[in-house]
Design a protein around this ligand. Structure first.
Ligand SMILES: Nc1ncnc2c1ncn2[C@@H]1O[C@H](COP(=O)(O)OP(=O)(O)O)[C@@H](O)[C@H]1O
Ligand SMILES: [Mg+2]
Length: 365
C-alpha cells in the first residue's frame, strides 16, 4: 500500500518553503509525485535574520515569527493538495524542518522555529518536526541530517558517490560501498553570496553567478576566509549563520578590502574551494559527484567546481532520479516516516551521536 507524506524544507538561504509530495510503496521505495514552492516575503526573511544575533525581546519576536511561519508551511501543504487533488486524509504526515534561528551544538542546542501545533490545526494532518534536537541530546551535531536519506536513496552497491547539497550552507555526503557514511557541512554555500548581492544590487541571489564572473577572486581575501578554523576542523562538524554571516565577512574586509564585485567573485570561489577541499580530504577516491540544492543552478559555481575537481564527473541528483530542488524536502518527508515507524533517522558516523536515534516530535492532527 502506498503512503503519502509531505516534506517541508525552509533552509538557511531564507528563500522560502520547498514542499514535496512523497509516496512510499510497501517496500519503502520513494517517488516524489509533486513539488511546490512558497517564497518568503522580505518581512519574514528580515525577521529571521534579525533573530540570528542576540537581540532585544527575542522570546516574543520568535514566538510571533513561529506563528507566521506556520501560515507559510500550511500554504505550501495546501498548494500540493490542490495541485494533486488530494485531501488531508490522504496524507499520512507532514515532516517539517522549521526555520533555524540558532545552531549551537557545542552549547547543547539547536533551534528550528515554526508553530507545528498550529500547522497541525491548519492542515488537519499529523505534523512531525524538531528532528535535530534528539541527535544533539545524544551527543551529536544535530546536522547534517540529509546524509542518512542520501544513503537510503542514492547509494550504489559497487560505486562510491559523493552528494553535495548547496543550500545556504553546503554539505557533503560520501557514500562508499562497505564504508561508514561520511557527511558534514563544508561551509557557506549560497548564504554569503546572497547577502552580498542583496546589499549591493538589491537582488535576492546572483543568478547563474553572473555578477560574480564580472569580478576577480581576491587571493588575499580568499586566503583570510579559508584561514577560518572551521574549514580545517575535524569532522563531525556543522555550521550556520551563527558563524558565516555578514559580520564575519566585514571583519575580514576591514583587513583585506576589495571592490564589491570582487568580493562577490571571492565568495563564489570560497564556496567552490571549500567544497573541493572537503571532497579531496574526505572523498579522495570518489569519481561521481552529484549536486543538489539551489546552488546547483549557479553555472559559474559549477564551472569552478569542475575546474577544481577535474577527475570527477559532476552531475545533478536528477541523474539519480530526484531533481535538485526536491532532495532536502524529500529528506524531511522520509524523516517523518522514520519517526512514525520508530526507526532511526540519524547516522552516528556523520553527526557524532552516541548511537542511532529515532528523531523528532509528533503533533497529531
Ligand atoms: N539560477 C541560480 N543561480 C544562482 N543561484 C541560484 C539559482 N537558483 C537558486 N539559487 C540559489 O539557491 C538558493 C536556494 O537554495 P536552497 O536549496 O533552497 O537552499 P536552502 O535549503 O538553504 O533554503 C537561493 O537563495 C540562491 O542562492
Ligand atoms: Mg530554500
Amino acid at each position: 500500500m502506498t503512503e503519502r507524506f509531505i516534506g517541508l524544507m525552509s533552509g538557511t538561504s531564507l528563500d522560502g518553503v520547498d514542499a514535496v509530495l512523497a509516496a512510499f510503496d510497501s517496500t519503502g521505495q520513494l517517488t516524489v509525485e509533486a513539488d511546490f514552492f512558497v517564497p518568503y516575503p522580505s518581512e519574514i526573511r528580515d525577521e529571521v535574520l534579525a533573530l540570528q544575533p542576540l537581540g532585544h525581546n527575542e522570546l516574543d519576536r520568535s514566538a510571533r515569527l513561529a506563528v507566521s511561519l506556520a501560515g507559510y508551511y500550511a500554504r505550501a501543504v495546501n498548494g500540493l493538495l490542490l495541485a494533486e487533488g488530494l485531501l488531508p486524509a490522504d496524507i499520512r504526515a507532514i515532516g517539517c524542518h522549521g526555520q533555524t534561528i540558532r545552531h549551537a551544538p557545542h552549547a547543547g542546542y539547536t533551534l528550528q522555529i515554526g508553530d507545528l501545533a498550529l500547522l497541525a490545526e491548519l492542515s488537519g494532518i499529523d505534523v512531525a518536526g524538531d528532528f535535530r534536537s534528539r541527535d544533539i541530546a545524544a551527543g551529536g551535531q544535530g546536522a547534517p541530517l540529509v546524509p542518512a536519506f542520501h544513503q537510503n536513496l542514492f547509494s550504489h552497491a559497487c560505486t562510491a558517490r559523493a552528494i553535495v547539497n548547496i543550500g545556504g550552507i553546503s554539505n557533503l555526503t560520501r557514500l562508499a560501498p562497505g564504508q561508514d557514511v561520511v557527511g558534514f557541512d563544508c561551509g557557506p554555500g549560497n548564504m554569503l553570496m546572497d547577502a552580498w548581492i542583496r546589499r549591493h544590487l538589491g537582488q535576492p541571489y546572483d543568478k547563474d553567478g553572473a555578477w560574480a564572473v564580472q569580478g576577480h577572486s581576491n587571493p588575499l581575501l580568499l586566503g583570510a576566509m579559508l584561514a577560518e578554523p572551521y574549514f580545517s576542523a575535524p569532522i563531525p562538524k556543522s555550521t550556520g549563520r551563527d558563524l558565516f554571516d555578514l559580520a564575519w565577512l566585514e571583519a575580514l574586509l576591514g583587513a583585506y578590502p576589495a571592490s564589491a564585485v570582487d568580493v562577490q567573485a571571492t565568495l563564489l570561489e570560497l564556496t567552490a574551494v571549500s567544497i573541493a577541499n572537503a571532497t579531496l580530504s574526505y572523498a579522495p577516491t570518489v569519481r561521481e559527484l552529484y549536486l543538489c540544492g539551489g546552488g546547483a543552478f549557479n553555472l559559474a559555481l559549477r564551472q569552478r567546481l569542475a575546474a577544481l575537481l577535474p577527475q570527477l564527473h559532476i552531475k545533478d541528483t536528477s541523474a539519480l532520479g530526484l531533481p535538485v530542488h526536491q532532495v532536502e524536502a524529500a529528506a524531511f518527508a522520509w524523516l517523518a516516516r522514520q519517526l512514525l515507524l520508530r526507526q532511526s533517522g540519524n547516522l552516528p558516523s556523520v553527526t557524532g551521536a552516541y548511537g542511532a536515534r529515532v528523531l523528532g516530535a509528533l503533533y497529531p492532527r
